[in-house]
Design a protein around this ligand. Structure first.
Ligand code: PLP
Length: 439
């Protein structure tokens, strides 16, 4: 527990680790935090300081760090089987997880294909859609549609359906861009549906699938829209014989109020991608769930009609076991009902912040709260806000000029109060309001 240990890890990290989603030169001024351990909603550094993990370690953690139930299940699994290849072999954790997830969709999506991270689940859904059309003699259906402001991951195929220029621009020559259609979060539901209908009416013969992030476009700035858009999008996809891919990597597993965000629209997609929270934030695990109809399109004596996609760690037993205990916690603790109460508290805290003179568009979907700051603060805002909030013991990392809270579901009333107190204090600091004049 001393500052030398902390500084030592930071120095060594900067020398050898190339950190994700970071201009490394910014660490000349931006702090890099060395974390020694975590407990509940908190992360601890080597100096004994603690930070409230108000972004769930980038949207993965559901039930806190070092969760005793998840730890116990993983310890038990370690003694049994750490990994076995999922071709020609199977094992209890992957079977049970597939069954339980299928049951959560009333078996509408009864087949689970496993991978390790979110982007690879997106790749799988895109490839499966493309290949399924080919297998049923419609190989002209090769194009994809995404929404403006979409984010589906950063592998080359996923970049083709991602619309965040900061992440895609440098690689424009590497991939084929999908059709971009106006998002309901940007132009409203009616206009967005007209735009989608117009494209599908013109090109559905060439289009394999539409991919969306149900209810909240998270990386695109926590842009939120109503479930009724998804209901009508499902109808449009049926009308024009186009698959619907729901990327629930960020919004699934209870984040928006229901276990799957699609439930709020009373629809099932043809493909659903899950990752992030499904393992409780413990281990890399992702999966694509799909229908019997898609599955049957590949079921054939000819090997070339099979879905041969392969990931070394597919269906890893440890990761599946973490997911199984995550589902147990949902059942045993009645998490979705409790989250209604948590979401109400978060909404009250958000209302306190929404009155600040620099805050615009305060919004909430379930356990996700967000607001934008006025344009005069935007320049360098995200990094300044991050650094100042850390000084006050809260991990918040705005997306551009959008501040959001996406805490683990175990966040307490006191921690929610701290979250709004610190958000207000940092807003005042960054906006140059004297701290004495606050409240
Ligand atoms: C995070 C995310 C991904 C990518 O997941 P990775 O595990 O980072 O590859 C894809 N889609 C959405 C909606 C996400 O939020």
């Amino acid at each position: 527990m001393n500052s030398n240990v902390n500084a030592d890890w930071v120095t060594r990290s900067l020398a050898s680790v190339w950190h994700r989603c970071t201009q490394m030169q910014h660490h000349e001024t931006l702090p890099l935090m060395a974390i020694s351990h975590g407990k509940g909603a908190w992360l601890f550094d080597y100096e004994g300081n603690r930070y409230l993990d108000a972004v769930s370690s980038w949207w993965v953690n559901l039930f806190g760090h070092a969760n005793p139930r998840i730890n116990a299940a993983l310890t038990d699994q370690l003694e049994k089987l750490e990994h076995a290849m999922l071709a020609g072999f199977t094992h209890a954790p992957v079977v049970e997880l597939s069954e339980r997830l299928a049951a959560k969709t009333n078996h509408a999506l009864g087949h689970c294909f496993f991978a390790s991270d979110g982007a690879s689940a997106v790749e799988i859904a895109l490839k499966m859609s493309f290949h399924a059309w080919r297998n049923v003699g419609q190989s002209h259906k090769q194009e994809f549609v995404c929404l403006t402001g979409s984010y589906h991951g950063e592998t080359v195929g996923a970049l083709g359906v991602t619309d965040v220029p900061l992440f895609t621009e440098a690689y424009g020559g590497m991939y084929r861009r999908a059709h971009g259609v106006a998002s309901p979060a940007a132009v409203g539901e009616a206009e967005a549906l007209i735009a989608m209908r117009t494209l599908l009416a013109r090109r559905a013969g060439q289009i394999a699938a539409v991919i969306v992030e149900p209810l909240v476009q998270c990386a695109g700035g926590m842009a939120m829209y109503e479930a009724s858009y998804l209901t009508q999008l499902r109808d449009l996809c049926d009308e024009f014989s186009v698959h619907l891919i729901a990327d629930e990597i960020a919004v699934g597993c209870g984040r928006t109020g229901s276990f799957f965000a699609c439930e709020q629209a009373a629809i099932w997609p043809d493909f659903m991608c899950l990752s992030k929270g499904i393992s409780g934030g413990y281990l890399p695990l992702s999966l694509v769930m799909t229908t019997d109809q898609i599955y049957q399109a590949f079921y054939h004596p000819d090997v070339s009609r099979a879905f041969l996609h392969s990931r070394s760690y597919t269906g890893n037993p440890l990761a599946c076991r973490a997911a199984l205990v995550t589902l147990d916690i949902f059942d045993q603790d009645d998490v979705l009902s409790k989250n209604c109460e948590r979401a109400k508290k978060l909404g009250e805290a958000l209302a306190r912040v929404a009155g600040h003179s620099n805050v615009r568009n305060a919004r909430q979907t379930g356990m996700i709260c967000a607001f934008d700051v006025t344009p005069e603060l935007a320049e360098g805002f995200s990094r300044r806000f991050f650094a100042e909030a850390l000084k006050l013991g809260v991990l918040l990392r705005p997306i551009g000029a959008t501040v959001y809270w996406m805490p683990p579901f175990i966040v307490s009333d006191e921690e929610i109060t701290l979250l709004s107190d610190v958000t207000l204090a940092v807003l005042n600091k960054v906006a140059g309001v004297s701290e004495l004049s606050q409240e």
